[in-house]
Design a protein around this ligand. Structure first.
Ligand SMILES: *[C@@H]1O[C@H](CO)[C@@H](O)[C@H](O)[C@H]1NC(C)=O
Ligand SMILES: *[C@@H]1O[C@H](CO)[C@@H](O)[C@H](O)[C@H]1NC(C)=O
Ligand SMILES: [Cu+2]
Length: 197
């Protein structure tokens, strides 16, 4: 079947998307997230795995099932650990981990990949990788010159965590990207443990 340009343009608009972690498996919402964030937030993320955080608070506020503190939209878009308990990765101190990003629509900005303490939503130590600017540049993306290491990269698990991330759910590896012009934040999380040395 042939598509006209107009049809292709409208299909592209429908296939709305920005980015998410495709490997290892990222947290996706289920019953625990519904209980914390309400049905509307869950439906939005299920419909669009790449949806940005800024679109969620308004949606959540209208939902009687939303419990702001428990949901914590600015950590992993509110997606709860219990929904990803089957996908906890086991890493060793010093191990190299490959992470792949499905980046579908670019917005130039900054990004980092960090271990985040889920109780306080603070970065543990320094980001594992950081792009202070120039991440997901539209010109490079559409010119097919986006550096491959923006969407397929390796991080090294720190050797200084001790028991900090020994318990599943205490820490996540979060990929965080902020498109400066679009003013949109994207977050995906990997659950993991590192046994105390
Ligand atoms: C890194 O990511 C965190 C979210 O985990 C964000 O709050 C912070 O501003 C980012 N830092 C930089 C330098 O991009
Ligand atoms: C990513 O690749 C570019 C070349 O495309 C290189 O200049 C840069 O140092 C690499 N960055 C990282 C974090 O490996
Ligand atoms: Cu956008």
């Amino acid at each position: 079947m042939l598509f006209t340009l107009l049809q292709i343009a409208s299909l592209a608009a429908l296939a709305h998307g920005h980015g998410y972690i495709s490997t290892p498996p990222m947290r996706m919402p289920g019953d625990a997230t519904t209980a914390a964030c309400g049905k509307s937030v869950v439906a939005d993320i299920v419909k669009d795995k790449t949806s940005h955080v800024e679109g969620l608070p308004e949606l959540a506020a209208k939902d009687s099932g939303y419990k702001a503190a428990q949901c914590n939209l600015w950590l992993c878009r509110g997606v709860q650990f219990a929904d990803n308990a089957a996908n906890v990765q086991t890493y060793k101190p010093g191990e190299t981990v490959e992470i792949k990003i499905a980046l579908t629509i670019p917005h130039v900005g900054s990004a980092n990949v960090s271990i985040v303490d889920t109780k306080t939503n603070t970065i543990v130590g320094q980001p594992l990788l950081s792009w202070p600017s120039g991440y997901a540049d539209e010109r490079q993306f559409y010119g097919k010159t986006l550096p491959a290491n923006q969407t397929d990269f390796k991080v090294t698990i720190p050797t200084t965590l001790d028991a900090k991330c020994a318990t599943a759910g205490d820490c996540v590896i979060q990929w965080w990207w902020y498109g400066t012009g679009a003013r949109q934040t994207y977050e995906s999380c990997i659950d993991f443990t590192v046994a105390a040395a």
